[in-house]
Design a binder for this molecule. Sequence first.
Ligand code: FRU
Length: 507
Amino acid sequence: MMNIDSMTTYDQSEQLAKAEAGVEALFQNRKDRWYPSSHIASKAGWINDPNGLCYFKGRYHAYYQLNPFDSVWGACHWGHVSSEDMVTWRREPIAMAPSFEAEQDGVFSGSAVVSDDGKLVIYYTGHRWRNGVNEDEGNLQEQCMAVSDDGIHFSKLGVVVPCPDDRILHFRDPKVWKQGDSWRMVFGVSTPEHRGEIWMYTSKDMVNWTFEKPIYQHPDPGVFMLECPDMFPLDDKWVICYSAMGLHPQGFEARNHNNAGYVIGTWQPGGDFQQETEFHLWDDGHNYYAPQTFQGPDGRRLVFGWMSPFTEPIPMQEDNWCGQFTVPREVTLAGDHLRTQPIREYSQLDQGQQDFGPIELGVNESRDLLADAQTADIEMEIDLARSQAERIGLEIHRTSNGDHTLVCYDDQLERVVLDRHCNTYGDRGYRTAPLDKSDGKLKLRIIVDRGSIEVYVNDGLEVMSSYSFPAEGPRAIRLIAESGEGKALIPSLTISQIGTIWQESDR
Ligand code: FRU
């Protein structure tokens, strides 16, 4: 049996100093045309998955996969920000850098829990390439542990869950929680048969872990890995979520390179997960992956997702940064669905609300609402029952060359659409979200940052998160009604600016 006091600790101070210098050097030439002011991003460099989300000693902590040396994926570290209220954030020193053999090619994703004696314990994946350079011959991955008194400085304790089978090429992303007097860990595995599974381990002492069972296997044999799995209770249900590699697009669904979603069911410790719903995407936009949930001090289930720029071109990379989180969302159960909405505190960032409603537009009419909105928190209702336009919505990030991203209700598709076909920079294409039209109206909340748009449909029953990189010059917002037999009726429409999430001394 291992024991915490007898474990070797690995020093990472030198590697952390190099990483800080890396971010600082990139920051000197960061361009801010699309750099978010109201979303978490690294000061410079590449970020991906949210890691170690937690509330510890009076602050919320969000760590993230970070490449401190470049704006492309690689050299995985854990970057760190913290906040008292999840509204204003402070940049913290980089928390984790590769510093011993099992993690020499990356400190991969993981999660955080508070131990019974009040320490912050993180579990993460130590990553190595089998051939020492790339994934061609697969990965060597093991679950590792680190401990902290303040959430800022970590002592690394090494490997706690080695990979049990040489033929396993993906074995990563531990999510840990306490239940009764046991600790439980789930993580993603690609089995020797290349099936995507989630395995569960248990422990009494946080150090010695025992394999319990595969708690979930993806039904599609083409899905070879479930990254960043999460498992949590919500009311009387349990939710299992994961980021699937190898899922193929089907109609409007799963159109991104990899796709994150969930299933809902029931589960008792020791038992099997009884799935009760279909798989649903967390988010129908172009850019959403590897979400992680955690429980806030008031019991709310909260989630951050990474706005994954999977498809080239990725223009923010030229600006010495790449990647941001979505806004923090609260997760609640809505039948066979999860509802995800911006946490209510997010509205504290709103400034100078302007009221434009009610508005009636004629066929093919448009109205300029704002001449230059770098950020916007938009709330809008569309009267579907009495409108006859084919498309009703907003052109956002509209620049003088006519380019924009359209967010609209489309009466032919009977869905909400986010359409980037008129974008100057970045990947184009559209995404859609399904819609229940039975009460005759549509409520949209749209959160616009300098390079992104999030659309919440009917109080978060569906969400779409996509990058949108506007062209040069002012970024207008225009209301449009397109074609059809008659008018577009918008009973209410307000727009606020969104203040920065960064405390004064951070940018
Ligand atoms: C998901 C992921 C994880 C891994 C991490 C590495 O985006 O591939 O499975 O731990 O990113 O950065």
